[in-house]
Write a protein that binds this ligand. Structure first.
Ligand SMILES: *Cc1c(COP(=O)(O)O)cnc(C)c1O
Length: 425
């Protein structure tokens, strides 16, 4: 029986658009989930090294978050509210300010831009253009910022860009850190174009950057490169937008992925794990002097999903009132790194390259076919792990930050064995 004929999934294969993608790699019907495990309708369990593409940093259905959500809904509290004042919104704003922004000495106004990461990016781009009166934005090679037209214009992937149907304009790509294997000094090209009046580069309103490019292949920017970028932006009066949609909320260790570099972006985009429970929620954080929109100049129906605010506030109280999570993320990240180094060393001719920071890790293969084969073999052994990068050549490890050491070890054992089988073919 082919997958298309399987009666348990025919609803998806015959009624749903062919644009669906993750379900092609993992063609089972998922039903329940807890922590780092999902279970399909047959009760088979899957270890999760995917974590909702980074939307489930605290795992599935965390008991503390589930409790506040169930209580909130059971007492008929407000669910939908656009941007009206609600108790849930106030509690989130207070908690975020007191436990996340103030301890880090960050002064941002909060924009609720709509439910997804692309909404946070669109708001950032629009606001940067309004503030500066300039149109052009600089993005980086292999960047990923979302699927709406503005976000897509600053995204690198050619398949995704091809879906736009209109010219993607007002964006100029520059080399990300290490794009030329350190053959040139940092910002060699970007800085030259900015300073040469004959370069033809329109002065950008903003630069948009990820500290670790997850979708682009787990490419990590060095702290000194990020500091150099901040310096360049300041010197040329360009706004710095940091897209922390996937790498924020503790994925690399600290709550914000840019903390380690000591930089302060002008605008920060957050989404994916901000609600802590997989509920849709996004934030665009802006320096107070950039908060220039007229009331209603940017709006949207789903900017006030109160259940998401409730779990978001509880997630901050549960995980960010001390350093425990951030330390364990760094320790677990170092552990994965050592295991990936060992896998790479065991296959010297295959040219495997371990990549990443914190619990955003990658293992680069020489081609997408091999990486895809490893992911497929891993799935057959009950591990969900995806691939990313321009040719899908990077196995991308994004386990929940709350994963146990045993679970982490088991997942890596599966990757190790799958790699050995794939490379033997
Ligand atoms: C996922 C992602 C987005 C887009 O978020 P959506 O919720 O899918 O719109 C933007 N930027 C980065 C870095 C992402 O990982």
């Amino acid at each position: 029986m082919s997958i298309a004929e399987d009666p348990s999934i025919s609803a998806f294969t015959s009624q749903e658009s062919g644009v669906r993608s993750y379900s092609r790699s993992w063609p089972v019907v998922f039903d329940r989930a807890q922590g780092a495990h999902l279970y399909d309708t047959d009760g088979t369990s899957y270890l999760d090294f995917f974590a909702g593409a980074g939307a489930l940093n605290y795992g599935h259905n965390h008991p503390a978050l589930k409790q506040v959500l169930v209580d909130y809904i059971a007492s008929d509290r407000i669910v939908h509210s656009l941007d009206m004042f609600t108790e849930a919104r106030r509690d989130f704003l207070d908690t975020f300010s007191e436990q996340i922004l103030e301890p880090r000495d960050l002064d941002y106004r909060v924009i609720f831009p709509g439910p997804g990461g692309a909404n946070a990016v669109e708001a950032a781009l629009k606001l940067a253009r309004k503030v500066t009166g300039r149109e052009s934005v600089v993005n980086f090679t292999n960047a990923f910022h979302g699927m709406t037209l503005g976000a897509l214009s600053v995204t690198g992937n050619s398949l995704k860009r091809g879906g736009a149907g209109v010219p993607l304009v007002h964006a100029t790509p520059m080399p990300f850190d290490d794009y030329f294997d350190r053959d040139y000094p940092d910002f060699f090209y970007f800085e030259k174009l900015l300073t040469d009046t004959g370069s033809g580069l329109n002065k950008p309103a903003a630069v948009i950057v990820e500290t670790v490019q997850g979708e682009g292949g787990v490419n990590t920017a060095r702290a000194e490169w990020l500091r150099g970028l901040e310096k360049l932006c300041r010197a040329h009066d360009i706004l710095l937008i940091l897209d922390d949609v996937q790498m924020g909320c503790g994925r690399t260790g600290g709550f914000f992925s840019f903390e380690e570099a000591g930089i302060v972006p002008d605008i920060v985009c957050l989404s994916k794990s901000i609600s802590g429970y997989g509920l849709p929620m996004a934030l665009t954080l802006v320096r107070p002097e950039l908060d220039v929109w007229e009331p209603g100049e940017h709006n949207g129906t789903f900017r006030g999903l109160a259940p998401a605010f409730v779990t978001a506030a509880e997630a901050i109280r549960t995980f960010w009132s001390d350093d425990a999570l951030q330390n364990s993320t760094r320790d677990k990240g170092a552990y994965i790194e050592s295991r990936l180094n060992a896998i790479a060393a065991a296959h010297p001719v295959a040219g495997l390259v371990p990549k990443g920071r914190g619990l955003a890790r990658g293992l680069q293969f020489s081609d997408g076919e091999t990486a895809g084969q490893v992911a497929a073999l891993a799935f057959a052994q009950g591990l969900l792990v995806e691939t990313s990068g321009p040719e899908d050549e990077v196995l991308k490890l994004l386990p929940p930050l709350t994963i146990t050491d045993d679970e982490l070890n088991r997942g890596i054992e599966i990757i190790d064995a799958s790699t050995t089988v794939a490379l033997a073919d």
